[in-house]
Design a protein around this ligand. Structure first.
Ligand code: DX5
Ligand code: ZN
Length: 232
């Protein structure tokens, strides 16, 4: 089984006035995935970016664009993100009346699909849709804002999902990624990896770290995240 660790900078904490350059710089510093947070001021109390921005950044990088939909409902907007160049689209079960249908819609639009679990959302939504999921995303903060503190109970939840994913892999040979989102930094990433995550969203830990204008400003923090991961 593949044990690769992937780092996914959340561009929510980037400098939006220079978004294109921020993305180029952060991927160049050794990260793998652009985590694209979409908020609608309805499902979550904040408003961010949509398909037009996804389309604008698509030509700047070959990295995976991982669209995290914090919107309700989800179905109307899924094909728009697929057309705008998203590679993965994840959504919250609470955002869809018909979860199985929405997962199929993501796949039929040509993207990898995933379900996102808030800290208090039970995992049973996974029970009958494992075949339709490419990634499970566990929120380690309540969705809506960057810069919040990691909720430690997420470690227990990660262990449970890791077991489910490994059992599924034994049965089918198909890998499902396990991503964690919220409050991840160089001090806790190793513990989070030990609990079973393989893909790590980091917003403020990466973008909060640099001064402007230096294209290598993200190297140090990304190196320290990698160094922590190398200890496990
Ligand atoms: C929160 C978003 C996260 C957020 C993470 O609702 O889904 O992706 O930007 O930011 P940090 O890493 O600062 O917690
Ligand atoms: Zn996110």
């Amino acid at each position: 089984m593949d044990k690769t660790f992937r780092i996914a900078p959340s561009i929510l904490s980037a400098n939006f006035a220079k978004l294109g350059q921020e993305i180029v710089d952060v991927i160049r510093s050794g990260t793998d995935i652009v985590h694209f947070d979409v908020m609608d001021n309805h499902y979550v109390p904040n408003l961010t970016i949509g398909p037009l921005v996804c389309e604008a950044i698509r030509p700047l990088t070959d990295a995976i664009i991982d669209v995290h939909l914090m919107v309700k409902p989800v179905d109307r907007i899924i094909p728009d993100f697929a057309k705008a160049g998203a590679n993965m689209i994840t959504f919250h079960p609470e955002g869809s009346e018909h979860i199985d249908r929405s997962l199929s819609l993501v796949r039929d639009s040509g993207c990898k699909s995933g379900l996102v679990f808030n800290p208090a959302t039970p995992l049973h939504y996974l029970d009958h849709v494992m075949d339709k999921i490419d990634m499970v995303l566990l929120m380690s903060v309540n969705p809506g804002f960057g810069g919040q503190k990691f909720i430690p109970e997420t470690l227990n939840k990660l262990k449970i999902v890791r077991q489910k994913i490994d059992a599924y892999y034994e049965k089918t040979g198909r890998q499902i990624w396990l991503e964690v989102d919220g409050g991840v930094n160089a001090n806790n990433i190793a513990e989070i990896a030990k609990a079973g995550a393989d893909t790590f969203v980091a917003g403020s830990a990466i973008f909060g770290s640099g001064k402007d204008a230096d294209p290598n400003r993200y190297d140090t923090v990304v190196k320290s995240l990698r160094a922590s991961l190398a200890t496990i």
